[in-house]
Design a protein around this ligand. Structure first.
Ligand SMILES: Cc1cc2nc3c(=O)[nH]c(=O)nc-3n(C[C@H](O)[C@H](O)[C@H](O)COP(=O)(O)OP(=O)(O)OC[C@H]3O[C@@H](n4cnc5c(N)ncnc54)[C@H](O)[C@@H]3O)c2cc1C
Length: 461
């Protein structure tokens, strides 16, 4: 009779150069946490990977020890996929170098880099690519789900700019995925989330983006219908340098807000123009014409400054909950639901955003990547973030009620990166006709479903 010998944490400590942290070790309290303060899990071991070899050792260890494996990039997953009760975390946050090659206008980002790291590195060359709207979000998780951001109307989703990825697969191999190598894996990585392995680096195409012109406009709530009708008509066919989305916002105490309006709820437009800077002021004109503007801040700024502009609203440890859906046509009936529920936004860090999925996002064919909603017009997210645990129930209810009220006017699926922990049953809707192909690729690269802390695609039988 053969006896299976499971590797021990002591053996892992001998095998890797990276820090191996268990309960009782200094740093464990921090190492077990993720961005969402509602997630309170106690992994058995956290490996702080510093290089690819650490990741390989970590994957082999988790698999052979039979531990649940959580892979953490930026740690922003709202359901807390970057940590695990009793399992192993491979935390890539020490791996955040971004190497820029100006000759080819490409950048290679390590698997633990944030968009802040990325933009800092590329901006010194006057270059950028599509990332998210907050700088502390991980390049990894955001890109693997698709990647929606300020520049997506101009340059497509983050995945549309991905040229290759280096991946550690469930059997501990290090492979390259690109259009020419492991093309099936490359297809799946572009939208399929963290299902297929640990991505240790991402190679992106960059574009000439230096300073951009940005504007934030607050309008009275009674202008909500005008604002949303404007977005329904203007943004789908607006010139590509425009990135803009509507929002609801409780006014924070910022210099551009009249002091007597701080704390009031507004509907808002967050706009940027990534075209010639001297056209920026003119580009803001349509937004000033929507309705009387109560408060505004507009002007040129470096692209990384825009990317960090909302960071303070989402500090690490803030409690959060969200729900998302794709929207085709923004109908009058849906707008009425936004009028009702958006007005009840409960926190300065709570909002509804409708990100445009149009412009360059639509110039990529539907079957070119795993991202399944190329035909959507918007990605809707309703998010609440708050500090006081006593209001958990109330904040979650606001998100759920708002989401439920708009669901009849939205697509069955949503953006995988905007799914809540209770959205497991939506995975097939989120991937639509791509699900079976993803399941077949999953069976090839991860038949044992080692990478299951994600919007999980089950390996095909
Ligand atoms: C404040 C905030 C703002 C956001 N803004 C945007 C936005 O503008 N646009 C947008 O598209 N999304 C946005 N998101 C959603 C975001 O894209 C997802 O939460 C995403 O999963 C976060 O990636 P991460 O690496 O930070 O998270 P993590 O929690 O580390 O990881 C998320 C998922 O990816 C997997 N993963 C992480 N790293 C790797 C890796 N190296 N290899 C393989 N799998 C990995 C994890 O296992 C997990 O399943 C935002 C989220 C927050 C909290």
């Amino acid at each position: 009779m053969s006896v299976i010998v499971r590797p021990t944490v002591d053996k892992l400590r001998e095998d890797v150069r990276a820090a191996v942290i268990t309960a009782g070790d200094p740093g464990y309290a921090e190492a077990r946490t993720v961005h969402n303060g509602m997630i309170d899990r106690f992994p058995e071991v956290v490996l702080r990977a510093e290089q690819v070899a650490d990741v390989v050792a970590g994957v082999n260890f988790a698999r052979d020890a039979g531990l649940e494996l959580a892979v953490r990039g930026g740690g922003h997953s709202a359901p807390g996929f970057g940590t695990s009760d009793g399992g192993m975390v491979i935390d890539l946050s020490p791996m955040r170098t971004v190497y820029v090659d100006p000759a080819t206008a490409t950048a290679r980002a390590d698997g633990g880099a944030t968009w802040g790291d990325f933009n800092y590195a590329t901006h010194s060359f006057g270059l950028a690519t599509t990332g998210g709207i907050v700088s502390t979000t991980g390049v990894a998780g955001l890109t693997l789900g698709g990647g929606i951001g300020y520049l997506s109307r101009r340059y497509g989703l983050s995945i549309d700019n991905l040229r290759s990825a280096q991946v550690v697969t469930a059997d501990g191999r290090v492979v390259t995925a690109s259009k020419d190598e492991n093309a099936d894996l490359f297809w799946a990585l572009r939208g399929g989330g963290g299902n297929f392995g640990v991505v240790t680096s991402f190679e992106f195409q960059l574009h000439p983006v230096d300073d951009i012109y940005a504007g934030i406009f607050f309008y009275e709530l009674e202008s909500t219908r005008d604002l949303l009708h404007f977005f329904a008509e203007f943004i789908p066919s607006a010139p590509a340098p425009y990135g803009a989305f509507p929002a609801f916002q409780i006014a924070p105490p910022l210099p551009f807000v009249p002091p007597d309006r701080v704390g009031d709820t507004f509907c808002a437009a967050i706009v940027h123009w990534a075209g010639p800077l001297d056209e920026g002021e003119k580009a803001m004109a349509p937004f000033r014409a929507i309705a009387p503007v109560v408060a505004e801040m507009a002007g040129p700024m470096p692209y990384p400054a825009l990317n960090g502009a909302f960071d303070a609203l989402f500090p690490k440890g803030i409690r959060s909950y969200w729900k998302g859906s794709f929207v085709g046509e923004l109908s009058d009936a849906a707008i009425e639901q936004h009028v009702t529920h958006g007005a009840q936004v409960p926190e300065v860090s709570a909002t509804m955003h409708l990100y445009p999925i149009n412009g360059a996002c639509h110039s990529v064919a539907a079957d070119e990547s795993a991202f399944a909603y190329r035909d959507a017009t918007f990605a809707q997210v309703i998010v609440a973030a708050w500090q006081d645990p006593a209001v958990d129930e109330d904040r979650i209810r606001w998100v759920r009620d708002y989401h439920a009220a708009t669901a009849p006017y939205a697509e069955p699926g949503g953006y995988v990166n905007f799914m809540a922990g209770d959205d497991d049953d939506k995975v097939q809707d989120n991937y639509r006709e791509h699900y079976q192909r993803l399941a077949a690729i999953k069976a090839r690269y991860d038949p044992g479903n080692l990478f299951h802390l994600n919007q999980n695609i089950r390996p095909a039988a």
